[in-house]
Design a protein around this ligand. Structure first.
Ligand code: ZN
Length: 207
């Protein structure tokens, strides 16, 4: 299964030293703009895109781009996932999931807290897609780091199958997910398609 790859800051700096020599290229696959944003918040919490800001709001509505094997093998990917993890676990504003567009990177990458596993780890999923949805649906309350101060009641499928590329080998994988974890997946995958939970909520209230 997908486990967050932890690389110490020292190892990360060494990796950057050996690979950071040809700037301006895009051998890594990442755009200069994406690299600049990832590097700007090196080992830090990244600023969240929020709907209260007009340009962020437009950004959140974009469909994100898929990731390639070359891109996930690049040190920028390792940096991005560690910074997304810092962002979603920020004790002052924590979540149970986050999608890359929420930190300004319009790519198909999400982190989900696996409430369905004993230690409830955060796991990252590359190019996730829902390929099966149960007919059965259930209503539940949701909030979003990009929609501050609100929560809404949303109907979601109780069981889904998610297809994604393995975070290390890039091989296609399928996972069957149920319960609250399935809700997190549906919420985060929506972000990759420019959809916010407020689009689906029956009721929206102030938190
Ligand atoms: Zn969200």
């Amino acid at each position: 299964m997908q486990i967050i790859r932890y690389i110490s800051p020292i190892l990360l700096s060494a990796t950057m030293f050996f690979t950071g020599c040809d700037k301006g290229q895009n051998k890594s696959g990442w755009s200069d703009e994406e690299i600049a944003l990832i590097e700007q918040y090196s080992n830090e919490i990244m600023p969240l895109q929020v709907i209260d800001n007009e340009s962020d709001s437009l950004f959140l509505r974009k469909s994100s781009l898929s990731l390639t094997k070359t891109e996930i093998e690049s040190p920028y990917f390792t940096k991005l996932i560690s910074q997304m993890l810092l962002t979603v676990t920020n004790p002052e504003n924590e979540g149970v999931g986050i999608a890359a567009p929420q930190v300004g990177i319009s790519r198909k990458l999400i982190a989900v807290q696996r409430i369905d596993k004993e230690s409830e780890p955060f796991e990252f999923f590359v190019n996730p897609q829902i390929i099966y949805k149960s007919e059965e649906q259930q209503n539940g309350w949701e909030g979003c780091l990009s929609v501050p101060g609100k929560r809404g009641n949303v109907k979601r499928h109780t069981k889904i199958v998610v297809e994604h590329n393995n975070i290390e080998s890039f091989e296609l994988q399928h996972d069957t997910i149920e319960g609250f974890t399935a809700i997190i997946f549906q919420h985060e995958i929506d972000h990759l398609n420019g959809i916010l939970y407020i689009d689906r909520a029956d009721t929206l209230t102030i938190k």
